[in-house]
Design a protein around this ligand. Structure first.
Ligand code: UDX
Ligand code: ADP
Length: 463
């Protein structure tokens, strides 16, 4: 089958960038991205592509090139489903907040709604691709809904997990380490796999496109994220030991990373990993393992989350302890709120939890993030339901530049590794602060020696 029409349900951090790149690289394919959220679609269609709802370096240029040519954003979900040969499902799959599996299992209600809608609308055979990260065997559930509620047409379900990382989504999509496509081992399944392989082979070498069965593909995505997160928790565990023993975690990471069996990536000690994937996927893995009675497997992976929570809490307790055991009414300046640099995404960002702890201690927090505004910050805190929205709102002041955020502060906490933080005039910041002026560098990005010379009391992670 030659693919000429693709639809993607969900115009979020995964669907938006992925479809933009497919459209750019495959001008012969019409790509329509649909979402229920009208505001989001409106923003994707904003004449000025700098206003698209997701910030990713290089993305607005790609949207500018392809939009209106063969890339479309729309709220007309049914029309797009009906016309497409391939339907990607890229809706959100948050951790369940209710019922069985609360706090652990993935909430599949959005996926199920998509499947039911596809079944209702489809009048000819379709390939349905799961793009969102999903628990193993979700494809089976989707298939069952499609086959039992559809109009008698044939559906092939493929798993094609996304491995892009936010902040580098465009380069990851343009030069992926691999593309993974899982499908049925029947002739029809193999045809569907081949059709999708052909789409990607417009810009990805065929030897980087792996095909597997559906379950292997689904589990590989969870496994990749679990391994990556586990490396961060491992180095973060060593960071605490380094602080006690006088070793420097950056030196340890460099030394072990040069072992080609270990490799240098994902060994940066930090205030803790965030993002929409790592925690959710590991919890999901833990839930699946437990549901099969594999308690040791579940406990093993759960420890990655326990360590990460500990790292975030340790960071905030250290601030309180260092500031003479009280931060009540003290101004603490946060540099960064996003879960990593070069993104406006804040989901599960360590900053949220550090702020929550410090507000419990009655600190006043001033925040500057180059891409995150006040509303998102307050929403993140309100979502935790620790206290009233009013109290959160009174505890947080936001600024549109770092110098103002740091003025009169007792301490600065670096929560995101934005490049611009490194190049600030730190003497000027020092002069405007309360003394002693503390810096807690949760990303180990600042020049410790230079800051100490200026007069700061500097503390990084793991040294
Ligand atoms: C991750 C996976 O990398 C990606 O393949 C998958 O598709 C989605 O989940 P993402 O969450 O966007 O991507 O970003 P990633 O670069 O993995 O960073 C996750 C978190 O770990 C961030 O908070 C980051 O700051 C932190 N991190 C990363 C560290 O603390 N240390 C490191 O060495 C690397
Ligand atoms: P991700 O990081 O996985 O891309 P996001 O939350 O950024 O997650 O994006 C998911 C998008 O999917 C949201 O914009 C949401 O409105 C959309 N969505 C969820 N369910 C449906 C549905 N049934 N039909 C269309 N869009 C949906």
């Amino acid at each position: 089958m030659k693919i000429t029409k693709i639809c993607c349900i969900g115009a979020g951090y995964v669907g938006g960038p992925t479809m933009a790149v497919i459209a750019q690289k495959c001008p012969h394919i019409q790509v329509t991205v649909v979402d229920l959220n009208e505001q989001r679609i409106q923003a994707w269609n904003d004449p000025n592509t700098d206003n698209i709802p997701i910030y990713e370096p290089g993305l607005s240029e790609i949207v500018a090139e392809a939009r209106g040519r063969n890339l479309f954003f729309s709220t007309n979900v049914e029309k797009a489903i009906e016309e497409a040969q391939v339907i990607f499902i890229s809706v959100n799959t948050p951790t369940k907040t209710y019922g069985k599996g609360k706090g652990m299992a993935a909430d599949l209600k959005y996926i199920e709604l998509c499947a039911r809608q596809i079944a209702k609308v489809a009048k000819d055979n379709k390939i349905v691709v799961e793009k969102s990260t999903l628990p193993v065997r979700t494809a089976e559930a989707i298939k069952s809904i499609l086959d039992n509620t559809g109009n008698g047409v044939q559906f092939q379900i493929l798993s094609n997990p996304e491995f892009l990382a936010e902040g580098t989504a465009v380069t990851d999509l343009l030069n992926p380490d691999r593309i993974l496509i899982g499908g049925d081992t029947t002739p029809e399944g193999e045809d569907a796999i081949e059709a999708l392989v052909e789409v990607y082979s417009n810009w990805v070498d065929r030897d980087k496109i792996l095909t597997t069965n559906v379950w292997s593909s689904e589990l590989s995505k969870l496994t990749a994220n679990a391994f990556l997160a586990q490396r961060i928790s491992s180095i973060n565990a060593m960071s605490e030991l380094c602080e006690k023993t006088g070793a420097d975690v950056n030196e340890v990471a460099r030394a072990i990373g040069m072992d080609s069996r270990i490799g240098p990536k994902f060994l940066k000690s930090s205030v803790g990993f965030g993002g929409s994937c790592f925690q959710k996927d590991i919890l999901n893995l833990v839930y699946i393992a437990k549901s099969y009675g594999l308690n040791e497997v579940a406990d093993y992976w759960e420890q990655v989350i326990i360590m990460n929570d500990h790292q975030k809490r340790r960071f905030s307790s250290n601030i309180v302890q260092t500031l003479y055991n009280t931060v009540a009414d003290k101004k603490i300046a946060f540099l960064g709120w996003a879960f990593k640099k070069d993104t406006n995404d804040t989901r599960e960002s360590a900053a949220i939890y550090v702020a929550d702890d410090l507000i419990n201690e009655q600190a006043k927090i001033s925040v500057y993030d180059p891409k995150v505004g006040r509303n998102k910050i307050l929403n993140d805190l309100d979502y935790l339901e620790t206290r009233s929205a009013e109290v959160n709102s009174n505890a947080i002041v936001t600024f549109d530049n770092a110098y103002a955020a740091c003025e009169n502060a007792h301490a600065i906490a670096v929560l995101t590794e934005w490049d611009e933080f490194i190049t600030y005039d730190w003497k000027k910041i020092y002069d405007s602060m309360q003394k002693p002026a503390f810096v807690f560098d949760g990303r180990n990005i600042l020049n410790a020696k230079e800051l100490t010379q200026i007069g700061f009391v500097y503390q990084g992670i793991g040294s």
